[in-house]
Design a binder for this molecule. Structure first.
Ligand SMILES: Nc1nc2c(c(=O)[nH]1)N=C([C@H](O)[C@H](O)COP(=O)(O)OP(=O)(O)OP(=O)(O)O)CN2
Length: 291
């Protein structure tokens, strides 16, 4: 017997890629359980599937930075007292450095991060928690089918009391702009290009000492890097990343703030026009700002 639950959850996360740098991604998760009926005449109560399996996936994979552990680009990994730091070298030779509590990472034994590489790890992690009558589990990961402009961004929300405080987690997000009541492809393309594989850092979190020290130690040009740091209730989060893959904004990066930021940028360029922007944060949720 197969039991299925589609759209069980969305994994919103980021991963390191030698060509793209820090990639924000959102994968929709469908599951199917294969097994015999239990004493309730169920393979597994839908309630348990939706809470327990979702929780396992959320705990182990969601809102984390996924790192391809077998990649030669991972040039440093050190752990001390629950704080882990990594340095990753991009094809461009630019470096990405993060230091954060252990829980902010997911290490995958592969040379790169893709659905094909992460899927077996999710499957085996969930399977370990299944009751005996569940003999197998099929998991499908899929990106949302988007037929318009979208971007991949990564960020951290230091004021969030949950996992969104992690300094590098991200989303693959649609963007819709209306100018004077009409969908405006030009502005949508502008945002798609500007925020393709971008780290959105807040000016308030800039830490120049962090980037200067890191750049000195690694013999790279400090002018080319931003350092961001903050302490939230899970601990200390630090990121040094190339300016070339970052966009600095003058506010937090909640989706409400991003929608307002986009509106202000467009309004400055075209003060006479009326704008409405629908900024998504991952799949099926977001914020709308309008003039
Ligand atoms: N009003 C807002 N709420 C939240 C924002 C935001 O910008 N505005 N942002 C976040 C986080 O960035 C987070 O990444 C969003 O995560 P989400 O997937 O919604 O959170 P959960 O994992 O808790 O939800 P699931 O249904 O389990 O996926 C949070 N809130």
């Amino acid at each position: 017997m197969h039991l299925f639950v589609n759209d069980l959850t969305v994994i919103d996360f980021s991963y390191l890629d030698t060509a793209r740098g820090i990639v924000g991604e959102s994968w929709i998760v469908d599951v199917a359980l294969i097994g015999q009926l239990n004493e309730q005449n169920m393979v597994l109560d839908f309630g348990v599937v939706k809470s327990q399996i979702k929780r396992i996936i959320d705990d182990e994979f969601d809102h984390k930075l996924h790192i391809p552990e077998d990649s030669s680009a991972l040039i440093q990994k050190d752990s001390k007292d629950g704080q882990l730091s990594v340095t990753f070298k991009m094809d461009s030779l630019d470096l990405i450095h993060m230091s954060a509590p252990d829980s902010a990472y997911c290490f995958v034994q592969s040379e790169n991060i893709s659905i094909e590489e992460v899927l077996p790890l999710i499957r085996s992690t969930v399977m370990r928690h299944m009751p005996e009558n569940v003999k197998d589990i099929e998991i499908t990961l899929r990106a949302e089918n988007i037929t318009q402009e979208y971007y991949h961004y990564s960020h951290g929300l230091k004021k969030h009391d949950g996992n969104c405080q992690r300094i590098v987690h991200g989303h693959r997000s649609k963007v819709t702009v209306f100018k004077n009541g009409q969908a405006d492809k030009d502005w949508q393309s502008y945002w798609q290009k500007r925020w393709q594989d971008i780290y959105l850092g807040s000016e308030e979190d800039l830490n120049q000492e962090l980037s200067t020290d890191f750049c000195l130690q690694n013999n790279v040009l400090a002018d080319n890097y931003y350092g961001f740091s903050y302490t939230a209730n899970q601990g200390l989060f630090e990121l040094v990343c190339p300016k070339a893959i970052s966009d600095l904004i003058d506010r937090d990066s909640t989706v409400e703030c991003l929608a307002e930021f986009m509106l202000e940028v467009m309004q400055q360029q075209e003060p006479e026009a009326e704008f409405k922007v629908l900024a998504y944060e991952g799949v099926s949720k977001g914020a709308i700002a309008y003039s």
